[in-house]
Design a protein around this ligand. Structure first.
Ligand SMILES: NC(=O)c1ccc[n+]([C@@H]2O[C@H](COP(=O)([O-])OP(=O)(O)OC[C@H]3O[C@@H](n4cnc5c(N)ncnc54)[C@H](O)[C@@H]3O)[C@@H](O)[C@H]2O)c1
Ligand SMILES: [Zn+2]
Length: 390
């Protein structure tokens, strides 16, 4: 018999990998009765007969409700819509107000949704982030089908693995990394967007093009006027190319859940997030990102990572797409007389943890990471940007 070793230490290495797979469909008229995508998504992974479906709809697309109801009436033999679609007031407020997610959680509880049932979130990035957050924590994760309805949500926010809420005065302070069950991008829904939301999503596409794909930047630059004039065919191409770059990034860069302190897709975002908070969210995310791209491109010029002609291309492309490159809050001073914007750098570092990591273009279409930002050069970049205004 083995003698018992008193007070011994043991360490076992537990290790396993989990494969995540989700389809991202691009279509038109996803709730038309003959459109196959939504039903095929539900039936493909169905584990029980007649699963429950609960739909949350952004108020910006509330007009879809009758169509959603007739869609589910038509497939009532396969799935059950457990209650009429639940409307959520769209926009950043959806993420700001903690009562929102508690309400959504209450609806899930009332409808006795379990892990084999489906939550469908139809809306902009804010509603998707909030409903996605709740779906990811109730019963430790209910199947979430995202149906993004803004440009930004279709090419960025709605196709990735993150969900979040704003809390304690900080953007995305709480959240989860939980991939969706499926994503369905319906281009037809973009037609009703407010001008600012139509243009805002273009900023995210410019961002990813500038650090990953110069051909894509050429495409946006060439079609800037059509994009501004709301050409849906051009926008569809922009959304799809941008979404594919995002999906590739998440799939191939080795850190889908952002365990490291680097977030290469967040070019222009340290100041964008700060400007959103400083403006009390009156500045939309996409417009804030456009200004953040302009500022960090000026900084990149000062750091000799790009040349003047490249900076001019960036600024003109943003402007030609109808995006801002300046906001007076860039110059706002805090109580100590410093630039209030600069607090955004530490907040950005804190959000990711570890050391500061900022992505800059070097040259256009490729990226570099820096781990310190020179405050004097940021201020010089702010002044330079102001001097560039027409
Ligand atoms: N989870 C992520 O990975 C991720 C990535 C990027 C951004 N985000 C988040 O996404 C949010 C921004 O999302 P957004 O830009 O989609 O804006 P949004 O969700 O705030 O919506 C903007 C406005 O558009 C309305 N709307 C939505 N779809 C519409 C349509 N088809 N027609 C008419 N009006 C419509 C909404 O009601 C709202 O008033 C931010 O909170 C940002 O932090 C998340
Ligand atoms: Zn963004």
């Amino acid at each position: 018999m083995q003698p018992i070793k008193p007070h011994s230490d043991y360490t076992y290495k537990q290790e396993f990998a989990v494969q995540f797979t989700y389809p991202v469909h691009f279509t038109h008229g996803a709730f038309e009765i003959n459109n196959p995508h939504l039903l095929s998504v539900i039936t493909a992974g169905q584990t029980i007969s007649h699963p429950k479906v609960l739909v949350f709809v952004d108020s910006g697309v509330a007009a879809l409700v009758p169509q959603i109801e007739s869609f589910f009436r038509a497939c009532a033999a396969t799935v059950q819509l457990v209650q009429p679609p639940y409307i959520i007031i769209g926009g950043e407020q959806a993420k700001n107000d903690s009562e929102n997610w508690q309400r959504v959680m209450g609806v899930l509880a009332d409808c006795k949704m379990d892990r084999q049932n489906y939550v469908i979130a139809v809306g902009g990035g804010s509603v998707l982030d909030m409903v996605g957050f709740v779906a990811s924590v109730v019963h430790r994760g209910i199947r979430l089908i995202r149906m993004p309805t803004t440009v930004l949500a279709q090419n960025d926010a709605g196709i990735g693995v993150k969900n979040s809420m704003n809390a304690l005065g900080a953007k995305n302070f709480i959240g989860t990394f939980t991939p969706p069950y499926a994503v369905i991008n319906d281009a037809a829904l973009l037609a009703t967007l407010h001008e600012d939301d139509w243009r805002g999503g273009i900023a995210e596409a410019i961002k990813v093009a500038l650090i990953k794909d110069l051909n894509f930047f050429d495409f946006i630059e060439t079609h800037a006027n059509e994009l501004k004039a709301r050409n849906l065919a051009v926008m569809e191409e922009l959304v799809r190319r941008c979404a594919v770059l995002h999906l590739e990034h998440i799939r191939t860069q080795g850190d889908p859940f952002e365990y490291g302190s680097s977030r290469p897709l967040d070019f222009g975002h340290w100041s964008a997030h700060r400007l959103e908070v400083m403006s009390e969210y009156t500045l939309r995310h996409g417009q804030a990102v456009a200004i953040g791209i302009a500022l960090d491109s000026c900084y990149a010029l000062h750091k000799q990572l790009i040349v003047s002609a490249e900076l001019q291309r960036v600024l003109r492309c943003l402007e030609n797409c109808g995006l801002p490159v300046w906001h007076p809050l860039l110059e706002k001073k805090d109580a100590q007389g410093g630039y209030a914007l600069l607090q955004g750098l530490e907040q950005f570092r804190e959000h990711l943890g570890g050391r500061l990591c900022i992505t800059l273009p070097a040259p256009l279409g490729r990226q570099t990471e820096v781990h310190a930002m020179d405050y004097n050069l940021i201020i010089a970049a702010i002044n330079f940007l102001k001097s560039e205004l027409k």
